[in-house]
Structure formats: C-alpha cells, structure tokens
Design a protein around this ligand. Structure first.
Ligand code: XMP
Length: 506
C-alpha cells in the first residue's frame, strides 16, 4: 500500500513547496483543495493544513470540517492551518500588533515534544503572518515561542495534532526539514518513496489499468513526454505506439538525433516528416499568434491522421505533470480544466487518457528518467517551445530562413556545450531578426540578416533574467556564426529580463 500525506490547500503560495519538502523526505503526498479530503482514505498516514491568504475572521475565509480528520490522523497546521485549528476549537486569534514578516528565533522550545525533537532554542524560523493565536483552547499546549509570538507552536493533548505559526517548508526556517521529518515520524511513515519505488508501483498500476489495450502517445523530444513513453513502454511494450512529428521547425539534426535516442531506448516510434505541410500553411503569415495557431492545428491534424491509421487503440498517453494538475484544480474544486498536450482528438475516436506523471514535479520526472536509464542529454534538455523555430524566425517563415537559423543556432548551442555553459542556463537559442544591415566582408559590402542570441536563467520560466555569459564566449559565437553562416553579417546579444520582456521574441 502506497503511504501518503494529504496536504489540504487553503490557498497559500507555499503549498506546493510543502509538497516538495515532503517528497524530498521520500514520502509521497498529494495536495487537495481544503474541502476535498479524499473519500478513499487508503494509505493516508497524516494531514497537513497549509497557510492561506485569508484571516480566520474573513467572511470569505476557507473553512474545512476537521472533525473526521483530527484524532484519526496526525495533523500539522501551518500558519493559517494552525490558527484555524485553534480558532475552531475555541481559541483566540487576533491581528498581531505588528505584522511579522521574516526572520525570528525560537527562544523557548519544548524538545520533549516529538515534533520538535532535535530542534534547539535559538533556531531560526521564517514568519509571514498578520494574525497570531493569542489564547489556546483547553487541551492545547504551547511548545515553542519567539520573542514577539508566544504561541509559535502548539500541540493538542490526546491527539497527534500540532500547529506552527512559522513556515517549516521555506528555506529560511533552518530546522524546517527536520520538523517536517519529525512530523512524518509521528505519522509512522516509512519514508521509502524513491524514483525506483515510483517506477515499480507505476508500472504495476499501468499493467493493471491497460491490460492488453493499445496506447498512442505524441513525443516532443522533451523530458516529460519521453519519460511518459518509457513508463508506458515498460508496462505495455509492443502495445505502445509513439508518434514524433517533424514540423520542420526543430533544431538542426534534432529529428534524426531524437529518433535515434528513442530507438536506443527501445521505444516503438513512428517519425512523421510533415515539414512541407507546415511550410505551406505558414507561407506569408507574419502575425505571431496566427503562426502559433497554424502550427498547433497542423500538429493536431498530423497526429490525428496517424492515430486513425492505428486500429483498436483505446488509450491516449500524455506527459502531464503535477504543476499542470494543481493549476487546473481551482481551490473550490469547481473547475477542472483538462490539459491537452495534443489537443482535440479525432472524430469518432474515443480514447481514454493515461497520464503516469500527473503526480510528479519536474525535478522528480528528471530523477525518474535517470533511473530509467535515459541519457543526461535527453533528461537535461532545455525547454523548447512547441512551435519551435517558427516563432524564432521573426515575421514570415520560409524553409531558407529556417535553414539559416538552424545553422546559427547549432553553432551557438554546440559552443555552449563545449564551454560547459549549457547546464548553467534555463534555456538558450538564436533568433533570426527580420532586419538587414550593412557589413563588409573582404572587399565586398554586404547587406544581410542579423541574428540575436538569447540565454536566460530562471526557475520556472515565469520570470527570467538574461544570463551573464562570458564576453569571450559571446565573441567566439559571433565570429563563428558570421564566418560560417551565409546570410548573416551581424550578431547581437539580448540583455532583457522577463518581465517586462518575455523569453521568446514572438
Ligand atoms: P515566454 O516567451 O512566454 O516563454 O517568456 C515562457 C516559456 O514557454 C515557452 N513557450 C512556449 N512553449 N508553446 C510552447 O510549448 C508556445 O507557444 C510557447 N511560447 C513560449 C518558452 O520557450 C519558455 O520556456
């Protein structure tokens, strides 16, 4: 039985972080909206209540019925979660005299309490709250204080319920991971959830689910779809057909290289070269959003054509990962948006979705990929947009412009690997500008295109900064491109951050 911790999400910005910390402690957990405690309680070992943007007094505050949870499972309330548990048991919660944000230190600690085992007085904690618990219900006991917050942590007598006013999940709480680990010990978790155990249980589950059914999956060359394919392949083998569409807007040699990688991994992949179709549909189109739509629709059409050729397919595999799933669960649980990496399904094809990574974070997907024997080249690949070079050739797209950009991009990316810079940036690529400028080569005047180089650092692509690549590296790339790529006589480096710019130019 898979052991798990349930995290009830009251809307805090750090809920996902709590999930990651628990997973890092080799324990599986699921984040669910505050009012959607699972009906099926198999394997549940404990419950964490997250923080919230609300105060317990707000009319709109999220309220959960804890009567069936407290006493049955160990419970840890964090910030709002702690205030909510105290308040709903008759305690007092009041706005703090001064809102407390940032560092504080525990000055009194009852380390005989199992939650605070091996946590010493003086330990730094991170506070971020407007309210505090000012008086506790009868059976609640203070177990830690800071200089300005008397009830920084409490326990409840007669049950394994605890509350902490600070945030153990954030980096700045020095003993936060230890505290969460102590809570997992209180829950009796074995802490044996690893990439290997994930693979074993997922493959067994997929075998039960898919039996002898046939599955189709679109591969993109990226890590999510590749790891999905590997898991489905381990479970169903010959019953899995992967489709890898070449829209003619991939990087130089990428179609061939990725096909080879997939074949080495033992996947049954059908490569479909539909470049001509895409170039045709893109002819003369300059508007970025229209280009995106054309490429997206073209992709669905080609995939559907291939899917229809496969008789008796019952399942569509998708590389959906946990952040997409969490994003699509509104906190009220009302709207569940489906994430389609592929888009609409063919008319008359009733495929059921199978998404083996839907409970994993990106770094966990990478670790599973490594465990499955995928090469670092495939696992650590930079993100690459679905519309590919179609949105990096600015303005209208022609096969010739794509070829020029592929050459420039290839030089840039190869040198980046050679200089050991590839893994230090989030993503990088070259952009072909619709600008010509004057140059001089030998005795001749030239009037040719400019290429922009982009490289950014980022944690999640929501914000990004331009990467401070070494000048001598940039000089080398510029020289190589101008000397070797016919049609380019100028190279510039993009020094814009996101926001206000974006990572891609279109
Ligand atoms: P922006 O340009 O919005 O990009 O800062 C954020 C991240 O998303 C990628 N991106 C896309 N990916 N289809 C995709 O699959 C798209 O249309 C698309 N546009 C941008 C971009 O490369 C970056 O990683």
């Amino acid at each position: 039985m898979l052991e798990k911790i349930i995290i009830l999400d009251f809307g805090s910005q750090t809920t996902q972080l709590i999930g990651r910390r628990v997973r890092e402690l080799n324990t599986y957990c699921e984040i669910v909206p505050f009012n959607k405690f699972p009906h099926d309680d198999a394997g549940i070992k404990g419950v964490i209540l997250s923080g919230s943007p609300y105060s317990v007094y707000d009319a709109a505050a999220f309220k959960a019925d804890l009567t069936a949870i407290r006493g049955k499972y160990p419970v840890l309330g964090i910030c709002y979660g702690a205030q909510y548990m105290a308040y709903t048991s008759g305690g007092n919660v009041e706005p703090a005299d001064s809102r407390e944000y940032g560092r504080a230190h525990l000055c009194v600690v009852d380390d005989s309490c199992p939650l605070l085992k091996h946590i010493a007085a003086g330990s730094q904690v991170w506070m971020s709250h407007g309210d505090t618990v000012t008086s506790l219900p009868q059976s609640f006991r203070v177990i830690a204080s800071t200089k300005s917050v008397e009830i920084a942590a409490y326990r409840v007598e007669g049950e394994h319920s605890y509350g902490v006013q600070f945030h153990p999940e954030v980096f700045h709480t020095a003993d936060g991971t230890r505290l969460l680990g102590n809570f997992l010990d209180i829950c009796g978790c074995k802490r044996d959830w690893t990439p290997a155990s994930f693979i074993e249980s997922t493959v067994a589950e997929l075998r039960r689910q898919l039996k002898d059914d046939k599955v189709i999956l679109a591969l993109s060359g990226g890590v999510d779809s590749s790891v999905t394919a590997m898991l489905l392949n381990a479970a169903t083998g010959k019953n899995l057909t992967c489709i890898f569409v070449n829209h003619g807007l991939l990087r130089k040699n990428e179609f061939e290289d990725v096909m080879k990688d997939y074949e080495h991994l033992g996947l049954n992949v059908k490569g479909v070269d539909a470049s001509a179709k895409f170039y045709d549909a893109l002819k003369g189109v300059t508007d970025p959003e229209r280009k995106r739509k054309i490429i997206g629709k073209g992709f669905i059409d080609v995939f559907n054509e291939e899917a229809l050729k496969l008789k008796d397919t019952q399942w569509l595999g998708q590389g959906t990962i946990y952040p997409d799933v969490i994003e699509s669960l509104s906190i009220t649980g009302a709207v569940i948006k489906s994430h389609h990496n592929v888009g609409g399904l063919p008319e008359g094809m009733r495929l059921r979705l199978v998404e083996p990574l839907r409970m994993l974070f990106k770094d966990e997907v990478r670790r599973v990929g490594k465990e499955l024997g995928m090469t670092p080249g495939l696992i650590n690949r930079h993100p690459f947009p679905g519309p590919g070079l179609g949105i990096r050739v600015l303005g209208d797209v022609t096969p010739e412009k794509v070829r020029v950009l592929q050459e420039a991009d290839h030089i840039y990316m190869s040198l980046m690997r050679e200089w050991g810079l590839y893994d230090s940036v989030w993503q990088a690529g070259a952009i072909l500008l619709p600008v010509r400028s004057v140059g001089v080569m030998g005795d001749d005047r030239t009037y040719e295109n400019a290429v922009a180089l982009r490289a950014v650092t980022s944690a999640d692509a929501m914000t990004a900064d331009w990467a401070q690549l070494p000048f001598d590296f940039l000089a080398k790339v510029s020289n190589e491109i101008i000397n070797k790529v016919k049609g380019v006589n100028r190279v510039v480096y993009d020094i814009s951050s996101k926001p206000p710019s974006t990572i891609e130019w279109e």
